[in-house]
Write a protein that binds this ligand. Sequence first.
Ligand code: FAD
Ligand code: SF4
Length: 485
Amino acid sequence: MADPKGFLKHGREVASRRDVAERVQDWDEVYPDGIGRALLPIITTQAGRCMDCGIPFCHQGCPLGNIIPEWNDLVWRDDWDGAMDRLHATNNFPEFTGRLCPAPCETACVLGINQDPVTIKNVEVSIIDRAWGSGYVRPQPPEWLSGKTVAVIGSGPAGLAAAQQLTRAGHTVAVYERADKIGGLMRYGIPEFKMEKKHLDRRLDQMRREGTVFRAGVDVGGDLTGDQLLGRYDAVVLAMGATAARDLPATGRELGGIHQAMEFLPQANRTSLGEEVEGQILATGKDVVIIGGGDTGADCLGTSTRQGARSITQLEIMPRPGEDRPSGQPWPTYPMTFKVSSAHEEGGDRMYAVSTQEFVGDADGNVASLRLVEVDAKFQPVEGTEREIPAQLVLLAMGFVGPEKEGLIDQLGVDLDERGNVRRDESYAASVPGVYVAGDVGRGQSLIVWAIAEGRSAAAAVDAYLTGSTTLPAPIKPHERPLVV
Ligand SMILES: Cc1cc2nc3c(=O)[nH]c(=O)nc-3n(C[C@H](O)[C@H](O)[C@H](O)COP(=O)(O)OP(=O)(O)OC[C@H]3O[C@@H](n4cnc5c(N)ncnc54)[C@H](O)[C@@H]3O)c2cc1C
Ligand code: SF4
């Protein structure tokens, strides 16, 4: 057990972010010298708040089943290598989740019943950042090769987790990605200020040294057909994400200056790292309206702030959540509460319970303003609440409706489920033999932690398919959603 009286002596403390005035001038992570370093002075004490509750609900809260109390204890005892081994046993990429996970483990923490929960996510990122810094994280190439080949389509967290597990199990794995660089949404969706790409590149380097082969710039279904893929490989893992964005078919949608978030963010990610993008969509000097109140919307907000927007308004059709758990979402479930991301700290206005009625254009055919109306609990317009706000740039961040069907999915002829995602059975197998499914392409729009958990589980199923048995861990079943009400 960590410090037996830690939770009695110490309150919850998190790392301080850099001053807003300073950090909006650059694209670096919002913590000074990286979050791992920022946490060093406090993290041992914070890990010591874990009270060895006996039935650690945080395990259930974490889709990866991270063995949280064990690594809290090891950190408190200053055994950082031991903590790293425990963490890597369940999570291939703690540097991603430690920065980007919404930490459902913390809302399930037993200490959280009547006190502030343990800072689990911070302990996680401290362990991995320290391990990278000390050289403890090294490639783990397989000791023997099975002679079996696997193609992984898509290089987001699901594809990467599946690829790393299968490579280490001795299979020859190629990861195909249609973008010019590997990483999925972690490369071109999530901005640098949330996770610097150097963390991704360092992990990819480890994977290359273990033997995983990466093929970027290959659109599977176009450059390489489904038949060619099945002919060349013993097994295929579809990890193509849910990249079809939800649109807003309001009057004026065709006007210039209205873009999907995933048209805007990838360009900003490129330019923030020194690339040039011709005709870049820019928020500079504009009144920006972001439609959608989730993670993607917050990323558009932080990006627009850094580009020097004149004003930024984020619209959300749902009512403003409360500060406390709603009664229908009791501990240890993951509650819908009001959240303030680093981007929200930096500025912008948020409007809740509003719906867009129309985009209004100027003489040149570009959007100039947006007409909105307040809505009631049934999303019906409230009479007399219509108003118009200026908008020369509108970003649609309303989520994703599933994977793109044209191309590979059509060519393979895999069955889809009722939500339009690729159907899989309890072993992550698609309806076509030898084809497996992991991450958002099967689950629908989700989170990095789920994608890694599914990638690990699908890898176990592929290993069993190729060799008849497996010792790879399978943390989660395809349809499981523990502690989500
Ligand atoms: C802007 C944004 C911010 C987010 N922020 C967070 C966050 O802070 N925390 C969090 O937990 N989650 C976040 N998410 C969600 C998270 O990124 C996803 O749930 C996760 O990346 C899904 O992983 P995946 O591996 O299933 O797919 P993806 O990461 O979507 O990767 C799929 C890859 O497959 C490639 N691909 C598709 N079709 C083909 C093809 N035919 N041939 C070759 N390649 C193909 C795509 O180009 C893509 O790179 C965010 C999502 C967005 C859009
Ligand atoms: S991956 Fe997410 S849920 Fe799991 S321990 Fe880390 S922060 Fe918590």
